[in-house]
Design a protein around this ligand. Structure first.
Ligand SMILES: [Mg+2]
Length: 277
């Protein structure tokens, strides 16, 4: 039988990442205050509200009239402040915490500069990283693969880390910078002994663009001597499994179905824990 090679999504598949809660907002608020921002608490509240609305929209939830108008406002303002990025890459980095925080501050009549944004968003990501624990089945699974020396690869979204030009009020995107910051946040994986070249971060073209999936698959095909069955494992049909299919992956596995609200297409196997592999 042909051997299988696993490719795994990271966020909300191996570690718990996506939801922002009170501890995250508290940390953001403290950082804004330390950066000399007077209405730190209003900005944090506005950021929390709008981020969660955008996230609900992304998950396909139906928004109320008020929520919809907030989402529309942010999306339209994001298009303006990220214009140079959209012109160059065609796809907006709509999950940039820097840009969303910048707009949230504008909504309460405050102009944040790049230094303030970088420092506050770093505090937020540090807090996210502190709470991004492995799912109980993930750590033993990864350790086992490492012990038996079975090759595997990780494919993860971009964190969309941007910098602001204080002169133009527009955001700048350097894929290498964004990638570097995400790799730092993933140090719990590299500390386990997973080589950095086995971790594929989707900058500049974020998921669901299939490019990063092709990159990982081509890398593995070049590196491994024998042919193998490529297996993509993720928590999202739209962001992990359908793009993997486009990139030529042979087997698609959905893990932690509770994260998934849409219908699951045929040909996708569902498992609830990695020990089922
Ligand atoms: Mg995920």
């Amino acid at each position: 039988m042909q051997k299988s090679v696993y490719f795994l999504d990271i966020d909300d598949c191996l570690i718990k990442t996506s939801l922002l809660g009170k501890t995250h907002f508290d940390r953001l608020s403290i950082s804004l205050r330390q950066n000399g921002i007077q209405n730190y608490s209003q900005i944090t509240q506005e950021f929390g509200l709008s981020f969660n609305i955008l996230f609900s929209r992304h998950q396909g939830k139906i928004l109320g009239k008020m929520e919809q108008s907030i989402a529309d406002f942010y999306l339209s303002r994001l298009n303006e402040v990220e214009k140079p990025i959209i012109d160059r890459y065609g796809d907006i980095k709509r999950w940039s915490r820097e840009a969303i925080l910048y707009i949230a501050a504008e909504r309460v009549d405050t102009k944040l500069n790049n230094a303030q944004l970088q420092s506050s968003v770093k505090a937020l990501w540090d807090e996210i990283t502190t709470h991004a624990d492995f799912y109980p089945d993930a750590l033993p699974f990864l350790k086992k693969l490492l012990v038996i020396k079975k090759p595997f690869y990780l494919i993860t979204s971009s964190d969309n880390r941007l910098t602001l030009s204080d002169t133009t009020g527009l955001f700048h995107y350097d894929p290498q910078y964004s990638k570097k910051l995400k790799m730092e946040r993933l140090d719990k994986f590299t500390k386990l002994g997973i080589p950095t070249d086995h971790i594929f971060i989707a900058d500049p073209y974020d998921k669901p663009n299939p490019q990063i999936f092709s990159e990982a698959l081509n890398f593995a095909r070049k590196k491994l001597d024998s042919s193998f069955l490529s297996v993509m494992i993720g928590d999202s049909v739209k962001s992990d499994l359908l793009p993997a299919k486009k990139a030529g992956f042979e087997k698609l596995i959905l893990l932690r179905r509770h994260n998934q609200t849409e219908n699951i297409p045929e040909g996708i196997k569902i498992i609830s824990t990695l020990s089922q592999l």
